[in-house]
Design a protein around this ligand. Structure first.
Ligand code: AMP
Length: 306
């Protein structure tokens, strides 16, 4: 199959995180949904642009880190006198659930994204987890007819901005959320019932992430699931969901067609990036990830799947 290099435009938070897991504490480190998605996508994609916002506290060398991965940072706005988005979370003893201890929106509250002309016809647009009004603003600026739009979100935005979120979802081709979020959004416990309700909201395709149980994709006719990669050394699950989306979008950008089959394949690559992500605090492991490491795990995963 001939390879494509589709342009992937990503929005999400570029943040500082402070994470506590049963394996220790991270201290203040770089995180954010946009950070994880872009780094994961850059393992596969050749043309990645990140649109986000930071405060004075974000250092030039940290922006250079993105650039060293060929991620276009021209649309990362620095707001002077503001701090970057800050999130502090603590995982419970089995790593399955986490409590958000602090969410400080900071610069995100003043963010008014401006999509540059060179990104308006991006073939893949990833609306990562951040304020739905920002997701909508980015969507309104792109040439929607040329783009495949993927949306991720979380309970925080369902609690605070449900109406705007529903509007953003209505303009989306594929939504990627976890099982708890799917239940909160639809009041349905069963995944297929939740997916059916989401189809009525707009998206034609739904992917539900199930943590260490893997992920499942639905369209109106078919469903398909894959397990998670069996990780030996779980340190910090933060960003796994974002890496799944980023890896998926990055791999999809190399495919000729965007359809159920290429999405199924892309889910495998998203899963493999996520498996590396959870093996260290923050985004370090993903930052240093290359395609040959992915290929190694692909072989192991194939054997595991039988
Ligand atoms: P995940 O573990 O995939 O949910 O992603 C965790 C990342 O999302 C962390 O790096 C946080 O900085 C970021 N994050 C946490 N809460 C929010 C929020 N409400 N909006 C956007 N990003 C967030």
């Amino acid at each position: 199959m001939s390879q494509k290099n589709k342009h992937v435009l990503i929005t999400g938070t570029v943040a500082f995180d402070d994470i506590e897991t049963p394996k220790g504490s991270s201290g203040k480190i770089i995180g954010g949904s946009g950070t994880y998605i872009a780094l994961a996508a850059s393992v596969f994609g050749k043309k990645i642009s990140l649109i986000s916002v930071i405060g004075n506290d974000f250092l030039d060398k940290d922006i250079e880190m993105f650039q060293s991965k060929n991620i276009n940072t021209d649309m990362i706005e620095k707001i002077s006198g503001e701090k970057s988005f800050y999130w502090k979370g603590k995982y419970n003893s089995n790593f399955k659930t986490r409590d958000t201890l602090i969410t400080e929106l900071n610069a995100l509250e003043k963010f008014n994204p401006v999509v540059k002309d060179s990104s308006k016809n991006a073939e893949i647009v990833v609306l990562g987890n951040l304020h739905p009004s920002v997701q909508l603003s980015v969507l309104d600026q792109i040439e929607k007819k040329n783009s495949f739009v993927i949306l991720d979100t979380m309970n925080f935005w369902m609690d605070t901005s449900m109406d705007e979120l529903i509007l953003a979802i209505s303009k989306t081709d594929l939504i990627v959320i976890n099982d708890e979020e799917a239940e909160q959004l639809t009041s349905e416990k069963k995944l297929d019932s939740a997916a059916n309700k989401i189809f009525n909201m707009g998206p034609k395709i739904v992917i539900i992430k199930k943590g260490d149980k893997g992920s499942e994709i639905f369209n109106s006719e078919k469903r398909f699931s894959i397990p998670a990669f069996p990780v030996n050394c779980l340190i910090d699950p933060t960003g796994a969901g974002d890496c799944f989306v980023g890896g998926l979008a990055g791999y999809l950008s190399t495919q000729e067609q965007i359809d159920f089959d290429s999405l199924k394949k892309s889910m495998v690559f998203g899963t493999l990036v996520a498996s590396y992500c959870v093996e260290s605090f923050g985004a370090k492991r993903v930052q240093n990830l290359n395609f040959s490491q992915i290929e190694k795990r692909l072989e192991i995963f194939k054997a595991y799947l039988g």
